[in-house]
Design a protein. Structure first.
Length: 418
């Protein structure tokens, strides 16, 4: 089936979704979760073929993003059920005004229509996106990267089986068969067929969508996330936060890529950071972190000198750029110059420093004494997410059900004329 045929079928299916009430959507979602578990072996077989083909062509951390196992499939099914358990956003009255002339004006949440998602090598995005779009009353067309296409096809097959069992049209969910750049361009320029395009992936994909799309786009994902260790930081806490933010899963967009350290504590903190992330992890049989140091940091600890690009690179690997700054304002200025607007953190015991940092840093999520790894729909209590919006219009941060709805005004009168 061509991409355009897939979109036209989704366009037809969106009517049934718009009319479906919360109970109907929840039945379908729970049936989709059941179908994921029932088809787990087929999904794992497909994923195994993807992994065999990807080995040697992508990094180990990217292979981890691609890999599925029974636990991850169970987690995908659990995520779908969690979406089913959330309140239905469609039809919610966001505001109500009664005018002096008697008109009642309801600002009401409504479905987007057809949502297209272009993503790379994360198979779990397939079920997350499908579940969220369905609960928000929209049809969903997916286009994944070639590395994950077999896995995504098996997942979509199971989800479509669940949709049918739940009484909703299978064409509400589709997967683009063509993994060439042409199919991505078709989605970007499918005016009249795609109501919203969401790219989830690296900087190149997102830039291409923003520059080439003629349909509405929400910019997501790229995460050059910073952690600033203030002069009043608890250094033990800072070490734990930096290690978690960098090492718990370095291939995701909420992983830290840059550590900024106040000059007053750099002499005490940086040797401990090197011991914790490099030598200590290596001794424990864990991947060590390569520290890329600015000039001031290199005078305190040994390591690789940071290059011109290192402070505005999303490494997605066990690499951390490290810079010594003069003060909090210097940290904020660096973040303003290099951040992608995703997630930043300050570690400090000074509430005034935290207040100033959270006021000055203009990113979707700003943390005080916590890891950037919490920027996630599930961790925010939104269920699974469609992505992390790094723009300012319509949606910002983790995109859950509310962010996947549009709104319209429904006005009730008793014969008023103007």
């Amino acid at each position: 089936m061509t991409t355009m045929e897939l979109l036209r079928r989704a366009r037809q299916a969106k009517t049934a979704l718009a009319l479906a009430d919360g109970d109907a959507k929840n039945r379908a979602l729970n049936a989709m979760a059941d179908a994921l578990l029932d088809n787990a072996q087929a999904i794992l077989t497909a994923n195994g073929l993807d992994l065999i083909e990807a080995k040697g062509t992508v990094s180990p951390v990217m292979l981890d993003r691609l890999a599925l196992n029974e636990e991850r499939i169970f987690g995908m099914a659990r995520g779908v059920r969690e979406v089913a358990a959330l309140p239905d956003p469609v039809g919610q009255v966001l505001t109500r005004r009664k005018r002096p002339n008697g008109l009642v004006i309801d600002k009401t949440a409504v479905p987007m229509g057809v949502i297209a998602i272009i993503y790379e090598s994360r198979p779990n995005v397939t079920s997350d996106a499908a579940a969220l779009a369905l609960k928000a009353g929209s049809a969903c067309v997916l286009r994944c990267g070639k590395e994950a296409h077999r896995s995504a096809a098996a997942i979509v097959s199971a989800l479509r089986e669940g949709l049918s069992a739940g009484g909703l049209p299978q064409d509400a969910l589709g997967l683009v068969e063509d993994v060439s750049r042409q199919s991505a361009r078709e989605l970007m320029q499918a005016s009249g067929l795609v109501d919203l395009l969401i790219p989830r992936g690296g900087a190149g994909l997102i830039r291409a969508c923003v520059e080439q799309a003629t349909v509405p786009v929400i910019e997501t994902g790229t995460g050059i996330c910073h952690i600033y260790v203030d002069r009043d930081a608890d250094l033990d806490m800072a070490l734990s936060i930096v290690e978690n933010a960098k090492c718990s899963r370095p291939s995701v967009c909420n992983a830290a890529e840059v550590c900024l350290v106040h000059r007053d504590v750099a002499g005490a903190f940086l040797p401990r950071l090197r011991e914790r992330l490099a030598e200590g992890r290596k001794a424990r049989g864990l991947p060590p972190v390569e520290l890329r140091l600015d000039g001031a940091a290199a005078r305190i600890i040994p390591g690789r000198a940071a290059g011109a690009e290192d402070f505005h690179t999303e490494f997605l690997d066990y690499i951390l750029a490290v810079k010594v700054v003069d003060d909090l304002d210097g940290a904020c200025a660096h973040i303003d110059a290099h951040s992608t607007g995703h997630s930043e953190a300050i570690v400090t015991g000074d509430p005034e420093a935290a207040r100033r940092f959270t006021a000055l840093v203009d990113s979707a999520a700003v943390y005080w004494n916590a890891s950037t790894r919490f920027t996630d729909g599930g961790e925010f209590g939104l269920g699974c997410e469609m992505g992390i919006s790094t723009q300012r219009l319509h949606a910002r941060g983790p995109m859950g059900l509310q962010e996947l709805c549009c709104y319209k005004y429904v006005i009730r009168g008793t014969g008023q004329v103007r």
